[in-house]
Design a protein around this ligand. Structure first.
Ligand code: ATP
Ligand code: MG
Length: 565
């Protein structure tokens, strides 16, 4: 391809809201163009990258035996009513009406549609297993679309859904998908990590995420320094921390102006570990809201996703002062003794005694509070693992790293098949709901993730598998006949050797400008044809290191062929 013929509108302007390198460079490099909040067009270079990623994903899914399908971007709302998600998806689900007043949604994911496709078409266990996938547009009306392609509203996802007659077979396919995903991210040239993930409201044990490691990642990953344990902080666990305090009689103590853990621990001269922190939240359910108190050790932090799962609500938001008062609670002095409210206590506090907690009265705390005196306490894992905590698998030390969620695989079970009455006949002729798995890859997010992991202060550095072109032949001065001619020769030779090559033949662009574009666009190599041509040399530039090597004109093609292998 010739630069002069390709629409590559590079610019020096960075969008105001672009904080991430991938967002800045993809816009500045003319890969993508924003048309609305969280909505992006792909221009030619962006489209080439997207297609390269899609091809790798498709190839590996096909190799794993999955069948490609295409589900409608628009699905009737009735399907979502059948599954129950019409109400539980919240505002992310964009609903609209057609001219006949019928209701539809833009697909944010396609469990309903695929169950509808398989239902009544697959009837026997003999026709299972089945794994159907597509690479298709999704729409989620995200509350905060940002970071360019990273969190769009319209985006491209590979989604796959598998159907099984028993749990063992689901686990087999889940493991196969894990291996398939590892191949995909390896082929893309990414540094990634497979992590234990939150299974959310869907439940079940099997949920893993694939994170591209990058300092800008939105997710915090907990990793062990000595074994393979890695988990999203939303699901991470640690070795239980045990404390033993003296067992004495409950006593109410005046603690003036001790609203924080710090204050009360200092005032009573106890460790934070001995205090109990109350986090008051408003839980939003399908049909109501409710104030819930979460009790954790004073030294711990609440992990919101765990808290959400503990009460099975759609969302948790901070309760404001009025709401706290209305619920009869005293902010800063909330404790579990004689408390008239819904509450959940962290697992690590189970049956603990000798604790300090609020007395539900301004300026008072209890000492020697004992959880064993309470009946029917709901215990749940609520706390966020902290750096330095001990690994539950091996005793190693846990620390944090940042990741971009680029894929997620899930053992769904029968949630959707049961709700939508999608059954098969088992060996005994008995009707049973399909056992399902689902598997997503964020295809358009990956375009940004590659750049988050691979860039410098000058621009993009594509991996070999994702680069729109492998080699940029830069003719320093296209008006010089000799330079232009050698450029054409090298270009043609590389093209016939099946190298993705672009020839910067722009007549009116200066060398510095062409070089700047090369650095911004991030092609892995450039061949510069300039002054040294008189002595029979051209230059190979490695985009990653920006190292320059002089090579003889006759040798440049074979050198490049070696590099791009
Ligand atoms: P996140 O936690 O980042 O919001 P999610 O867990 O809601 O993502 P999934 O439902 O697991 O997303 O979707 C599968 C994959 O689709 C994700 O792993 C991610 O790579 C991608 N994806 C999800 N939401 C977006 C988005 N708004 N923009 C781009 N890609 C997305
Ligand atoms: Mg996910």
């Amino acid at each position: 391809m010739r630069f002069s013929k390709l629409f590559i509108p590079t610019t020096k302007e960075t969008p105001n809201d672009a904080t991430l390198p991938s967002h800045q460079y993809l816009v500045r490099g003319g890969f993508v163009a924003q048309t609305g909040a969280g909505i992006y067009d792909f221009m030619p270079l962006g489209k080439i990258v997207l297609e390269k990623i899609k091809a790798i994903v498709k190839n590996e899914m096909d190799n794993a035996g999955a069948n490609e399908v295409q589900l409608g971007f628009v699905t009737p709302l009735s399907l979502w009513e059948e599954s129950g998600r019409a109400n539980t998806m919240g505002n992310a689900l964009l609903k609209f009406k057609d001219r006949r007043n019928s209701d539809f949604v833009l697909s944010p994911t396609n469990e309903e549609a695929v169950v509808n496709m398989v239902k009544n078409r697959v009837n026997s266990y003999k026709d299972l297993p089945l794994n159907l996938y597509q690479i298709n547009t999704k729409f989620r009306d995200e509350a905060r679309p940002r970071f360019g392609l990273m969190r769009g509203r319209e985006f491209l996802m590979k989604d796959a859904y598998s159907f099984h007659s028993n749990e063992d077979d689901l686990v087999r396919e889940f493991n196969l998908m894990e291996e398939t995903y590892k191949k995909i991210y390896t082929k893309l040239g990414l540094n990634f990590r497979v992590v234990q993930a939150d299974s959310g409201a869907i439940g079940g044990s099997g949920s893993k995420e694939f994170h591209v490691l990058a300092s800008s990642g939105e997710d915090t990953i907990v990793v062990c320094d000595s074994c393979n344990y890695a988990a999203n902080i939303e699901a991470a666990i640690r070795k239980v921390k045990e404390y033993n305090f003296e067992n004495a009689t409950l006593e109410k103590i005046e603690t003036p102006n001790c609203k924080t853990i710090e204050d009360v621990a200092n005032f009573l001269k106890v460790s934070k570990e001995q205090t109990v922190k109350a986090v008051i939240k408003k839980a939003i359910f399908e049909d109501k809201t409710k104030i819930v108190v979460f009790f954790i050790r004073g030294c711990d932090e609440l992990e919101e996703i765990k808290a959400l799962n503990s009460v099975n609500s759609l969302e948790l938001i901070d309760a404001n002062e009025d709401e706290i008062k209305e619920a009869g609670l005293v902010a800063g002095y909330c404790g579990f003794v004689n408390l008239d409210a819904t509450f959940v206590v962290d697992n690590e506090l189970k049956d603990s005694f000798g604790l300090v907690c609020g007395a539900n009265e301004e300026n008072y705390h209890f000492i020697n509070a004992d959880l064993r005196t309470l009946k029917d306490v709901k215990y749940f894992d609520l706390v966020a693992v902290q750096e330095g905590d001990i690994c539950n698998c091996c005793g190693g030390t846990l620390s944090y790293t940042k990741g971009i969620e680029a894929g997620h695989i899930f053992q769904l079970g029968t949630k959707y098949s049961s709700a939508m009455n999608a059954n098969f006949l088992d060996e005994n002729g008995k009707a049973k709901p399909f056992i399902m798995g689902c598997y997503g890859v964020g295809v358009s997010r990956l375009v940004a993730a590659v750049i988050e992991q691979n860039h410098d202060e000058k621009g993009c550095i594509w991996t070999k598998a994702t680069a729109p072109f492998m080699v940029d032949i830069i003719v320093s001065n296209s008006k010089k006949e000799e330079e232009a001619k050698i450029g054409e020769t090298i270009y043609n030779k590389l093209k016939t050797s099946n190298v993705d090559v672009i020839l910067d033949d722009r007549i009116n662009a200066r060398f510095g400008f062409k070089m700047g574009d090369f650095e911004l666009l991030g092609f892995p190599y450039a061949v510069v044809i300039g002054k040294k041509l008189e002595e029979g040399f051209v230059e190979i530039v490695d985009r990653k290191t920006l190292e320059k090597t002089d090579v003889k004109v006759e040798e440049v093609v074979s050198k490049i062929l070696n590099l791009v292998k």
